[in-house]
Design a binder for this molecule. Structure first.
Ligand SMILES: [Zn+2]
Length: 169
């Protein structure tokens, strides 16, 4: 069997995919495994463009999470936006965030899907507009490797917002 992510015909290791309805893992090659544990190589991770459409939910979940980690790169963000997951699989993807430490300006824990209100005007870098104080941002997602960052849609654009500038509604 080839690597579930990059299809390399190489010896495989088992990579657990936590947060699912039951314990799950996918079989991947050592280079993929090393990158997941350390730094992702964006050249190698182009394989996610195929892996994210796998018939196996655990592979899709892993691919979706890795794309999130690469979110600073345009190609990965584009793929994240194209990726369509059924509700159960999306919940699984987001579950990892349930253990994170995102808190609003008052120290209240933030969860995926919460509504927050901006407590100050925020210039949005690169988008050329200011998100106004008092704007409600519905259905936030959490940037799972950075507890200071959440994501949400303002004026139709998906932006990253610092948690210290929001208040949970
Ligand atoms: Zn691989």
């Amino acid at each position: 069997m080839p690597c579930a992510l990059c299809s390399a015909d190489a010896p495989l290791v088992s990579c657990p995919v936590d947060g699912g309805p039951e314990a799950a893992s996918v079989s991947i090659c050592a280079p993929c495994s090393d990158q997941i544990a350390g730094d992702l190589d964006s050249g190698h991770m182009r394989c996610l463009a195929t892996a994210m459409w796998s018939d196996t939910p655990a592979v899709q979940v892993l691919a979706a999470r890795l794309l999130k980690r690469l979110d600073a790169q345009g190609w990965a963000r584009d793929l994240s936006e194209q990726l369509w997951l059924d509700d159960d699989t999306q919940t699984w993807v987001d579950n990892v965030a349930a253990t994170s430490n995102h808190r609003d300006s008052n120290g209240v824990v933030l969860n995926v899907g919460d509504t927050v209100v901006l407590i100050k005007d925020l210039p949005v870098k690169g988008a050329g507009f200011t998100a106004k104080r008092g704007t409600a941002v519905r259905g936030i997602s959490l940037v799972h490797d950075n507890p200071d960052h959440i994501e949400g849609r303002v004026d139709g654009q998906r932006i990253v917002i610092l948690t210290k500038f929001v208040k949970k509604k």
